[in-house]
Design a binder for this molecule. Sequence first.
Ligand code: SAM
Length: 241
Amino acid sequence: MKGDVYFAEKRKAMVEEVKAKGLASNPRVLEALMKVPRHLFVPREYIDMAYEDRPLPIGYGQTISAPGVVARIAELLDPQPGEKVLDVGTGSGYQAAVLAELVAPSEAPRESWGHVWSIEIIEELAEAAKSNLREAGYIDRVTVVVGDGSMGYEPEAPYHRIAVGAAAPRIPEPLVDQLTPGGRLVIPIGDRFVQKLTVVEKGGDGSVRVWSDIEVLFVPLTGRYGFREGGEGFEKSHLTL
Ligand code: SAM
């Protein structure tokens, strides 16, 4: 039976790989990656691959994102302790746990904790993610909801940071609307075959600055502002890249 020490060693090598690839250098992000037990977020049959820098299937045609990309999103978002985060596309719950470790560090007093709301459109995955988050010790810092996250999650808005873990044709306006002034959104934007991690920063005056980071390949965002049968399911946006 492989134990905590075995997995911690594997995790250390994974963090070194992410660092060497230049995907993350922020010590807080690297520490968060070192803390979250990714092997508890992958299906049992893939447990030996949990610390390879690659996505893995989680059922329903979906994947747990590669740790390097999860780290890159966290690095670009740079969430601070105490902040509110929305994570769109819960999948396994791994990205949500890494973000939770940044806004609500395990060693910090609970009163200082921020919170992550994570929204997943496939109910069965949301349930599985909840059980992963419970087992890994993050259930008090992450609230998983079922719904179309391409429209954000209005009941808890605004958010300091929003992470989207699925590819979209354009930047969904509701997500920008649900950012606090000074808030930041990271979302893969492109077609179904290649996207760029795109950063959207909302200024204090409500103005918006957009820039692109690395190329990535994500599963499509579905729902109102995602990809639809027959092309882009997206009527209007003033934020076209
Ligand atoms: N970040 C996740 C993790 O660490 O496991 C992986 C995300 S997975 C690549 C993309 C997820 O987005 C899938 O679980 C998919 O069902 C979900 N998804 C796609 N469109 C969605 C939408 N409109 N609202 C909410 N979730 C959506």
